[in-house]
Design a protein around this ligand. Structure first.
Ligand SMILES: [Zn+2]
Length: 162
């Protein structure tokens, strides 16, 4: 996303040449550049001590496929804090080990995804209102459960390659 107006004072931005960055939207009132921006979203496989993965049914995300835990980064957190918070909020599990895998820019959502694999100690699920259902699935899973175009499928491929 590119800023048109200053996010602090609302002035229409001009384009100013800033070194190697090229033309950057600039506020002449605040004397500040406003660099292009994309929201950051974490997505994580959640695996327990029995080598089972949590697959979520979230009808607002997909009617046909299952997904992994995901959620938007909030300023003030580390990305690992976001992973820990989202796993607890969505399915009531506590992260023990959080392993970063890779990043992926999603053009349609204009969002940067950070992909993780998180280990938890299995405990009873407690679902947020955003989650319609969740179950543990022994690994490896049937890949047709995931959307082949989706980010969850991408991280599952990365997991298999480890
Ligand atoms: Zn301004």
């Amino acid at each position: 996303m590119r800023f048109t107006y200053c996010k602090d004072c609302g002035t229409l931005l001009t384009e100013t040449l800033i070194g190697d960055e090229g033309l950057v939207p600039y506020c002449e009132v605040c004397h500040k550049p406003h660099f292009d921006y994309a929201p950051v979203c974490i997505l994580t496989m959640v695996i327990n001590e029995d080598n089972e993965v949590a697959l979520l049914k979230q009808n607002y995300v997909s009617k046909d496929h299952l997904v992994f835990v995901a959620g938007y980064y909030k300023p003030g957190e580390s990305a690992e804090d976001t992973v820990r918070r989202e796993i607890f909020e969505e399915i009531g599990q506590e992260a023990i080990d959080i392993r970063f895998i890779k990043t992926h820019y999603h053009p349609r959502l204009d969002t940067l995804f950070l992909l993780y694999i998180t280990t938890v100690k299995k405990r009873p699920f407690r679902l947020s209102s955003e989650v319609d259902d969740v179950n543990w699935y022994p690994l490896p899973i049937d890949e047709s459960l995931l959307n082949k175009e989706g980010v969850a499928y991408m991280i599952y491929q990365a997991y298999k390659a480890l």
